[in-house]
Ligand binder design. Structure first.
Ligand SMILES: [Fe+2]
Ligand SMILES: [Fe+2]
Length: 470
């Protein structure tokens, strides 16, 4: 397999620079003749070989999109679509679905063989070979390498990622239950697989985001926590006044933790100014009723809300929606909505807790870095059995498919914006000032901010309501 330095040197030898996306593509393809073919096909006068020079990397979207509803359409996670929790057997179906669908995202890049065939025949012991599996166990060896146990429907294989190999930093981030592709060689005795390359489902390099054909703006907020003594009421009123004057803002999207809830953590009652759950939702209903009617308000729940904690979380039940304006669209968590054709994947973000605790160097202060890890795995909550409860269904609703224009999360109470392979990642912060728990954990939130998303340009702006007159 070619390493990055070799690829860059081969291009430099013909006086060409090469973009990181093209380097990543060449590494993935593992085709020895590919560089020569790319160089031969590069137009004269080219200085940097970018994805535009390579037919396979041409941006795939053509700028048109069929819109059943040109304004706001719920594409996934519509109300009443979450399946009820049945029995243990359902988990087998659920994980099969997860494995099969995530595998298909890698099929164009590696040709997997079943693990059983790999282990039982001597055929593959001399040649480089690939397989796809779900990680059942991951640990560091005494030498600092990674030993990963991977399984597919036919068998289990131990895979060793050597710390001296290029790309080891990605192997260090392997999570339990994620689906990975591995290319490498089997040991002589057939018991260990030595990995050369790690492949993830990932966002295609050719991904090009759709942009609305007409002007329009959306405001993204999350973690309002109405009912808490740290909810920032004055700041909310400043926000409400501001949005009333922004005529071209047609959408308000809320990514969960609408209210602070009841009994979410020990001693919570001491930090509540509204101690009744119905009254907490009624207060939010009043707040949203005061906003302009022109807004389509998309509402998704979070772990502080009244619905079950297991994901997908159902939409807020009608009993709690009394007094809400008619322009509310109630969706589940996660949910995929199309705003003028721009697909926004809303996910509250409970899995941040699991991923931040597991990925080396990850921090609550940089949520967008974790969102990038979700996109690479094409999964919103890759780890099973930690703090993110998952309800098994026939189809895994936490798989990121199709690729959205925007991945929008909350939960960490710290804002962050970043792009990865054309996908805009937004975490919108909170409307709650620092809580006693956050103080104890040394977490400094970014409260009273709204992220404004321009649907035509996909550019963002953060508007701050913390300071009076800002
Ligand atoms: Fe929250
Ligand atoms: Fe939360």
């Amino acid at each position: 397999m070619l390493c990055e330095d070799e690829i860059v040197s081969r291009f430099l030898a013909t006086s060409l620079f090469v973009s990181p996306e093209v380097v990543a593509y060449i590494k993935e393809q593992d085709d020895p003749g590919l560089i020569d073919r790319i160089i031969a096909g590069t137009p004269e006068g080219t200085v940097v070989v970018s994805p535009d020079c390579i037919p396979a990397l041409k941006k795939v979207r053509d700028g048109t999109r069929f819109l059943a509803d040109p304004v706001c359409e719920v594409l996934a996670g519509m109300e009443n679509s979450a399946e009820s929790i049945r029995d243990f057997e359902e988990y087998i179906t659920y994980f099969r679905n997860r494995f099969t669908r995530l595998s298909t995202f890698m099929r164009g890049r590696i040709q997997p063989v079943p693990i059983e065939a790999l282990a039982r025949t001597g055929r593959y012991q001399e040649e480089e070979v690939s397989f796809i599996g779900m990680v059942s166990n991951v640990r560091s060896t005494a030498n600092g390498n990674k030993m990963v146990e991977v399984e597919d429907p036919t068998g289990t294989m131990r895979v060793l990622f050597n710390k001296s190999r290029e790309g080891f930093s990605e192997a260090e981030k392997i999570l339990p239950d994620e689906v990975i592709g591995v290319r490498g060689k089997l040991s002589q005795d057939g018991t260990i697989f030595f990995a050369n390359t790690l492949v993830r489902p990932d966002i295609p390099l050719s991904n090009a985001p759709y942009r609305s054909e007409r002007p329009g703006r959306a405001v993204l907020i999350s973690d309002i926590h109405v009912g808490s003594d740290t909810f920032l009421e004055d700041e909310w009123h400043r926000f409400a006044d501001w949005i009333s004057g922004q005529e071209d803002i047609g959408y308000l999207v809320i990514a969960g933790d609408l209210v602070d809830g009841i009994g979410i953590y020990p001693g919570q009652e001491k930090e509540l100014v509204i101690k009744n759950i119905y009254q907490q939702y009624a207060a939010l209903g009043e707040m949203l009723s005061a906003l302009p009617e022109r807004l389509t308000i998309v509402i998704s729940p979070g772990n502080h809300d009244v619905v079950r904690g297991a994901e997908p979380q159902p939409a807020i039940p009608p009993a709690f929606r009394i007094g809400y304006p008619a322009n509310c669209v109630w969706v589940e968590n996660p949910a995929l909505v199309s705003l003028q054709g721009v697909r926004v994947l809303i996910y509250h973000g409970r899995s941040f807790d699991d991923m931040i605790g597991t990925i080396p160097g990850a921090s609550y202060n940089r949520p967008a870095e974790i969102m990038e890890e979700m996109l690479k795995r094409r999964h919103l909550a890759p780890i099973f059995g930690m703090r993110t409860p998952i309800a098994p269904g026939k189809k895994d609703p936490l798989i990121i498919d199709p690729v959205p224009e925007v991945l929008f999360t909350g939960h960490v109470h710290i804002s962050g914006i970043k792009r990865y392979r054309g996908v805009l990642m937004i975490n919108a912060g909170t409307w709650q000032s620092q809580t006693a728990f956050q103080k104890q954990m040394n977490t400094v939130p970014t409260p009273a901010q709204a992220v404004v998303l321009d649907l035509q340009s996909l550019e963002t702006e953060i508007v701050d309501f913390l300071t009076p007159g800002s």
